[in-house]
Ligand binder design. Structure first.
Ligand code: ADP
Ligand code: MG
Length: 348
């Protein structure tokens, strides 16, 4: 069989790690990204710079690849849909459209009788006046949010004017959960009832950005099973192909809620590169390229720490890693505050 070429939309760290996993499987990668200095440039076989709505460049990209996938949600549906007419796009564009919209995503999860936080749609400022029942809460843009961007915590109605909320956008208001813990479950689905699922990962966020992940998650057996069951149910209902992550909240009464779904590989799963025989990235490539499904096995417990902004510096200057430590520098040119620059995984 001739060598498969996989197209990846998005050139961030996830695109980089997908490219590395593809290389291991003898698959060529062409990354398409709207940032000329995107990190995946250093890891893929071919890099195309273009805007996500530039039809000419998008067609050029499609002509070079056999299959297309994407590393982040915020790609216009029209682009994925056009591409899908030329080459198979996985996960299906309709899945991305559903999940990139927080309201549609939460409605979908609730229809499966899976618990989410309480939420309500907010179209304009005056809608907020009657919603004290949802406070304290978090106002989130319905689209384009990530790493806490586009979110405002509202404790009292009176506070709203001082928050300078941009009401040209639409929002949902979510009741704040008194969090005990956050966990995530990563699953790679290959077809009907065919999937590989990783054990729940425990996550700690700082300023709404993931800071730290570990396995095993310290949770009771019921939560362990319920989170996996819900992830399977979601992946099956979506008829998902590839790797998907479900983020969960656990409240102080040990209730489980789905926070959100990421239709892609996920930051909390970076530890699977070192802690499992097959990583979330390799599994994604295997699923979208219809390669063999290999049963996953845990090699070790692990912790992963994100290196955000300047935190990468000491590791660049003098890595000094122990035998059980693995450093990933995303090779981003510019260090910015709150920007994920790399991560460190420690096997335990
Ligand atoms: P993003 O799309 O930016 O990842 P999330 O909705 O996952 O946004 O929110 C980021 C983080 O903010 C969560 O992981 C959690 O720590 C906190 N958070 C968000 N919504 C709530 C909520 N309703 N209750 C408590 N914490 C929340
Ligand atoms: Mg999130």
């Amino acid at each position: 069989m001739s060598k498969i070429t996989l197209g990846i939309l998005g050139g961030g760290q996830l695109g980089s790690m997908l490219s590395v996993a593809a290389k291991k499987l003898n698959i060529r990668t062409v990354v398409y990204c709207n940032d000329r200095s995107a990190p995946a440039f250093n890891f893929c076989d071919e890099f195309i710079y273009g805007k996500y709505d530039d039809k000419n460049e998008i067609y050029n990209f499609a002509g070079k690849v056999d299959i297309i996938t994407y590393e982040f949600e915020n790609i216009p549906f029209e682009t994925l849909n056009e591409l899908n007419k030329l080459k198979t796009v996985l996960p299906k564009p309709s899945i991305n459209r559903l999940i990139q919209h927080r309201l549609a995503e939460k409605d979908f999860i609730n229809k499966l009788n899976i618990r989410t936080t309480r939420y309500v749609y907010v179209k304009e400022e005056k809608d907020l006046e009657t919603l004290s029942d949802f406070l304290p809460g978090i106002l989130k843009t319905t689209t384009m949010g990530y790493d806490g961007k586009g979110q405002y915590q509202i404790n009292k109605i009176e506070q709203i004017p001082s928050l300078n909320i941009d009401f040209s956008k639409e929002y949902i208001l979510e009741k704040l959960v008194k969090l005990k813990k956050e966990i995530s479950v990563i699953i790679t689905r290959f077809g009907n009832s065919k999937y590989e699922i990783y054990e729940p990962i425990e996550n700690i966020h700082e300023d709404q950005i993931l800071r730290y992940s570990k396995i095993p998650a310290i949770i009771n057996e019921k939560l362990f099973d319920q989170s996996k069951d819900w992830a399977i149910q979601i992946a099956e209902e979506l008829k998902f192909i590839g790797t998907l992550c479900v983020e969960f909240f656990i409240d102080r009464n040990e209730n489980l809620y789905v926070n959100e779904i990421a239709p892609r590989v996920h930051n909390s799963g970076h530890l699977t590169i070192n802690a499992y025989n097959v990583s979330q990235f390799e599994n994604h490539i295997r699923a979208v390229c219809s390669l063999e499904q290999i049963p996953i096995k845990k090699i070790s417990n692990a912790e992963m720490t994100n290196l955000i902004g300047n935190q990468i510096m000491p590791y660049r200057e003098n890595p000094q890693l122990k035998e059980n430590q693995f450093l990933f520098d995303y090779l981003k040119k510019e260090i910015k505050e709150k920007r994920k620059m790399g991560h460190l995984t420690t096997l335990k």
